[in-house]
Design a protein around this ligand. Structure first.
Ligand code: CKP
Ligand code: MG
Length: 312
């Protein structure tokens, strides 16, 4: 039996070796990218049993992604190889002083973007206690939007845990309006909604963490956790709990990408272990802080033995 299943696209990531613009850069290092596998790997490193559902091309990037994710102890038995399509990849610049780096995607028509809901192994999905989804998978194609919606409704109606990170990627959507409407519709079936504060503002048109949380609770969520970057996080639940959790000071921000996924891994693991919301937010902030001190998107994610006793 699994604790958590995630569904989504992972890619080879080529990170620039210097701070040159992507068009000028000559040397790149190969890493793994993909919000859902970042979360899966973060959870596996913390000792949870995790499965990842996806499709990859029959190519070198696909073999690299599969080997890396499986090597982290994530179950890849439901990762299918599609010989007719490619594995996606992306370029990432090296950020100069902690601001979000420039990224470029090469994932249109990828193997994962063509995933069809008819291929979903529902028994496998429901063998886990919890499903984690993000808005990136929904953005890939009309088929994956439907796949995302169906999986979320299935998990929720079967009484499984269900977290949803909007993870807005405007460049993957046909329009901002379509993105907003689709993500807000998906958020309605989630139990926990986990937006960044800027994402929450864009999606709801509201300003404060309190108002944004109230909006999603009103729409059917049981808990809303807003990520406030260096300022930590805010949570509010349907049963009336709420509070802020301070951010973890970081000596040097190397690359902000992956912070939200580390946060999700910390939060989900803590809640599945029975920790109260305030403690779960503390762990989430701490794990997110580890992710931004390295260049890759997931290399900084901590193992269980590295968790400070205060976050257990
Ligand atoms: O919101 P985060 O910075 O935690 O997400 C990062 C991931 O999947 C990253 O690994 C990248 O590949 C992506 O989000 C994406 O598709 O943008
Ligand atoms: Mg994010």
């Amino acid at each position: 039996p699994l604790d958590v299943v995630t569904i989504g696209e992972s890619m080879a990531l080529l990170v620039a070796d210097s701070t040159a613009a992507l068009a000028e850069e000559q040397h790149f290092s190969k890493r793994l990218a993909g919000a859902e596998t970042n979360v899966a790997i973060g959870l596996a490193r913390l000792g949870l049993r995790v499965g990842w559902i996806s499709r990859l091309g029959a190519d070198s990037f696909g073999r690299f992604v599969q080997r890396t994710v499986a090597g982290e102890g994530v179950d890849c038995s439901r990762v299918v190889i599609d010989p007719t399509r490619s594995t996606g990849f992306m370029l990432k610049a090296r950020s100069r002083s902690g601001e979000d780096p420039q990224v470029e995607y090469y994932r249109k028509g990828s193997a994962a973007s063509a995933m069809q809901v008819a291929q979903l192994d529902e028994t496998y999905l429901l063998s886990a206690r919890h499903l984690h989804m993000t808005g990136i998978f929904a953005a890939l194609s009309p088929a994956t939007l439907g796949y995302c919606e169906h999986s979320m409704q299935l998990a929720r109606s079967a009484g499984r845990g269900l977290s949803f990170d909007p993870n807005l990627r405007p460049s993957l959507w046909a329009s901002q309006q379509h993105m907003r409407a689709s993500i807000n519709r998906l958020a309605r079936s989630a139990r926990w909604v986990l937006p960044g504060i800027a994402e929450g503002r864009l999606l709801t048109g509201l300003a404060s963490p309190e108002e944004i949380a109230a909006y999603y609770l009103h729409q059917g969520a049981e808990a809303v956790v807003l990520k406030l970057g260096a300022d930590g996080a805010y949570f509010r639940t349907l049963d009336g709990q709420a509070g802020y959790s301070a951010g973890c000071p970081v000596p040097q921000v190397v690359d902000t990408v992956g912070a939200g996924d580390g946060f999700a891994a910390g939060l989900i693991s803590a809640r599945l272990e029975g920790l109260a919301w305030p403690l779960a937010l503390q762990r989430a902030n701490w794990v997110g802080a580890q992710a931004i001190q390295v260049l890759g998107d997931m290399e900084g994610l901590p193992y269980r033995h590295q968790l400070p006793a205060t976050h257990m």
